[in-house]
Design a protein around this ligand. Structure first.
Ligand SMILES: Cc1cc2nc3c(=O)[nH]c(=O)nc-3n(C[C@H](O)[C@H](O)[C@H](O)COP(=O)(O)OP(=O)(O)OC[C@H]3O[C@@H](n4cnc5c(N)ncnc54)[C@H](O)[C@@H]3O)c2cc1C
Length: 394
């Protein structure tokens, strides 16, 4: 059995794990990153798109990823909230939150998950101190004060100063060290797909609220002269399951109606995928020689582009703590827990409340929701505070 010593072992080569490998690798640490997928992008096509908000750009720059991501970014200049919760599925309140109210920069930039993976993988492969092992998983984990000992499925035994659990919502790392989670289920799912549409999106990301959860249109770059958006359509599970069975033309008609025709007629481009929606927060984000990041630590409904941005927030703090303390030491991990866990819990609670408001079915509750949107929007300081809170800036 091969035995290797390394600075950092990352369990999980999803987007968060790969960003962590690129970021710590760029800082000169020796990193091993493993993922059971034989080839991440090809084996598991991911139709989702991710909007990286302003603070995430700094992390992506530090990871050496922004140079390649910048040229393919679709900027998010305006976040539009539409309430279509009246008797008919038509817009009755439309409010534009414009990034120009805060600064010259857009709120963020949107990418397909597959493009992010390609760029991250290329960066990792260019770093001689990062060993990315596709087709390999973490199997047995033991920790002691001086190291984390991890047995890999390829027979290697790794001794790491720090192990990072970036292995998703069912995190084997989290389970191995015995950290529990608190999970909230909504009976809700999200259908994700791409569309072309009649009207241009003008770089506006739009959330249309009616009932069952938001219908979000996220701008994508034009393709073959067509205006394109990525859609996340959240609703009760059975309604989503039924829609997944519809032929493309009927599904497109239903999606156009649910979008309140905000970008005109929608045409389905490519396949649909369905995702369960939960809120889940780990009781702790650290353990002896162990840090949890991303969905291993927190899962939130896809509202306001928060999920992966929270993950890059974890990574930013972990990088900061590694500079201030010995790598993987108790001081480093305690400082990470203290800086990150309360913020994650607070954000998860806020997103949970937004999701419940968007799910509201009763007409009275929907009317109250649109009233609140009008009120908050009308008060300039509250509007700006909400925008900053969404971005995670002070
Ligand atoms: C519909 C939808 C839309 C979203 N939109 C946005 C958005 O606009 N903005 C945003 O910020 N976030 C968004 N999110 C959230 C974002 O997509 C997730 O936060 C992110 O993809 C999760 O990344 P991850 O790397 O933590 O998890 P995953 O992508 O699940 O990666 C975990 C990896 O761990 C690997 N693994 C499992 N077991 C092992 C093992 N034993 N050893 C090693 N590896 C293992 C898995 O193979 C997998 O590759 C969205 C989510 C959904 C559902």
């Amino acid at each position: 059995m091969e035995r290797i010593q390394t600075d950092i072992l990352i369990s999980g080569g999803g987007i968060a794990g790969m960003c962590a490998a690129a970021a710590f690798g760029s800082k000169g640490y020796n990193v091993i990153c493993v993922d059971p997928m034989p080839d991440n992008a090809a084996a598991k096509p991911d139709l989702r798109t991710t909007a990286f908000l302003q603070p995430s750009k700094l992390v992506l720059e530090a990871a050496g990823l922004w140079d390649r991501l910048g040229p393919i970014a679709a900027p998010l200049q305006v976040m539009r909230i539409v309430d279509a919760g009246g008797e008919n599925p038509e817009p009755r309140v439309i409010k534009d939150f414009d990034a120009a109210d805060l600064s010259d920069a857009p709120f963020g930039w949107n990418f397909t998950n597959m493009a992010i993976r390609d760029v991250a993988l290329a960066r990792i492969k260019s770093l001689p101190n990062v060993d990315f092992r596709a087709g390999t998983s973490t199997q047995r984990i033991t920790t002691r004060e001086s190291e984390a000992l991890v047995a890999l499925s390829d027979g290697t035994k790794v001794s790491a100063k720090l192990q990072i659990g970036a292995d998703g919502r069912n995190s084997p790392t989290r389970n191995a060290v015995g950290i529990s989670v608190k999970t909230t289920r909504y009976g809700q799912k999200a259908i994700v797909f791409c569309v072309s549409h009649a009207a241009p999106h003008n770089n506006i990301s739009t959330e249309v609220h009616r009932s069952g959860g938001p219908f979000t249109l996220v701008p994508l770059p034009d393709r073959d002269g067509k205006f394109m958006s990525a859609i996340v359509w959240m609703d009760h599970g059975p309604a989503c399951a039924e829609r997944m069975r519809l032929p493309d033309d009927e599904f497109a008609a239903a999606a156009t109606e649910r979008s309140a025709r905000i970008n005109g007629e929608l045409t389905i481009e490519g396949p649909r995928a369905i995702w369960p929606i939960i809120t889940q927060v780990a009781e702790h984000m650290s353990y002896e020689r162990t840090a949890l990041i991303a969905e291993a630590a927190h899962v939130v409904p896809p509202i306001g582009a928060q999920g992966l941005n929270m993950s890059l927030g974890d990574l930013r703090v972990l990088l900061e703590m590694a500079e201030k303390h010995p790598l993987g030491s108790r001081e480093m991990l305690d400082a990470y827990e203290k800086a990150r866990h309360p913020e994650v819990r607070l954000r998860a609670t806020g997103i949970d409340m937004l999701n419940r408001a968007s799910m509201a079915g009763a007409q009275g509750l929907r009317d109250m929701r649109s009233g609140l949107l009008n009120t908050f929007y009308a008060i300039g300081p509250i509007r700006k505070t909400l925008m900053k809170a969404g971005l995670g800036i002070k």
